[in-house]
Design a protein around this ligand. Sequence first.
Ligand SMILES: Nc1ncnc2c1ncn2[C@@H]1O[C@H](COP(=O)(O)OP(=O)(O)OP(=O)(O)O)[C@@H](O)[C@H]1O
Ligand SMILES: [Mg+2]
Length: 460
Amino acid sequence: MSFDPELCRNESEVESKLIVQYLLPKLGYTPDTWHQEVTVGSIRLDFLAFAVQVIPFVLDANSPLSVVFEAKHPKQNLNNHVPRLRHYLTRLNVKYGLITNGREIRIYQKVRDDIQLVFHCSGREVDARIDEIKTLLGKNSLKSINFIDNSEEQISVKDSNFQSNRNNSMKTIAVYHNKGGVGKTTVAVNLAASLRAKGKKVLLIDLDAQANTTFATGLIKFQFEEDDDLKDKNIYHLIESGDSNFIPDIVRKSQYFNNPEIDVIPSHITLIEGQEKLNKILASRNRLVAKLKRVEKDYDIVIIDTPPSRDIYAEVALIAGDYLIIPSDLKPFANQGLPTVKNFVNQVNESREMIGKLPIKIMGILASKISTNSKFLQYTFPKQRDTILERYNLPLMEAVIYDRTVLSESLNQTIVVGDLEYPDPKSVIKYAEEVKTEAQKSAMEFDILAEEVLSKIGVV
Ligand SMILES: Nc1ncnc2c1ncn2[C@@H]1O[C@H](COP(=O)(O)OP(=O)(O)OP(=O)(O)O)[C@@H](O)[C@H]1O
Ligand SMILES: [Mg+2]
């Protein structure tokens, strides 16, 4: 078994061809001793391998001895990722970390609060130098090291794929503002992606007839109307019927939009025609609630994107949501819509009461599309935030989503196949993997938002 770096053309091929198929087996790690996409608190590791298998896993200095493996896209400069690896190793108290983009392989060792490069080779040399790597990271050699580290920090990780908080109940978050274009869809899809990247099981629901979330998650690939199978299987069908069209019948995988993929319930332009019928049936307002209840074991978090209106679809979203995020650019037009949002929330709360649901919790206004201009941030932005608190008496979220062109760029990517150009949208989290500094900043901002959301909904 040898390794050819030419086989790795993207990050997932570095993961599969170099780490999973080559390095882990060569170093003696059988599939039961390594885990992919491990989330520990706010840290997401590509791979974590254990020299000693202990359940439940407890990461500390002595037992079990573990190694972090991080894969990057072949075009990525590994230097840019060293600070993050340092953070992982020191925070988790893991002694060794291997980082590779397929062309280069580096091994770092944790030394107190820092890390040191202890091995380095090119992808081509890996076959020749595998024994040296094995001496450092091989399962058997790690087992025999008995190093002492006095850190008291212990982080326990619950289950074997570390996916999620099985004891927490599923939480549903509606993203709504009646003002159009304030960033609802951008926030919904990238927040979903960020939470998914942290290992949460996420369901994203598009309740807007504009179907922007459906497009943004890559579910619209057809060039011709007759190929459109979303028309017959979307959120409308779920709301229209009480005893059929359950979530597993309608849900789709987001495919290339994010890594890992996200479950999405799509929308369709025909939702507009369906409104009249739904309006006449009181039960249609509560069907999403009932159907979500049936999948509460399957998801940690449900995110709902809504239309910029007060129609039945917005109502369905606010009845189903446990929490409400109100994205806003904090400009006068958006502010003037806030009393209407509050009235709508009050009205929806009455409907909730009728079905025994508590009022929706307003997580807060999320400042979004905020200019990064330093003068603006210094003088105007604080005043805008004060206005919200003083005049509208609504909570403000700490996280801020800045105005970054990568957010529209990432969702408007295309791919050319033959003569045809297809949409190939990506979450900013995935886009950031392709060496885009601005995307990395934006992905970080969504990471901060995801952390705030997790802490506010009490999911760990
Ligand atoms: N933080 C941001 N930085 C830069 N551009 C953004 C940002 N958020 C949204 N946009 C852009 O602004 C436009 C509107 O955003 P988006 O579709 O997310 O808003 P929306 O509130 O969902 O709109 P609608 O009410 O029509 O559903 C899009 O072109 C999007 O790419
Ligand atoms: Mg939208």
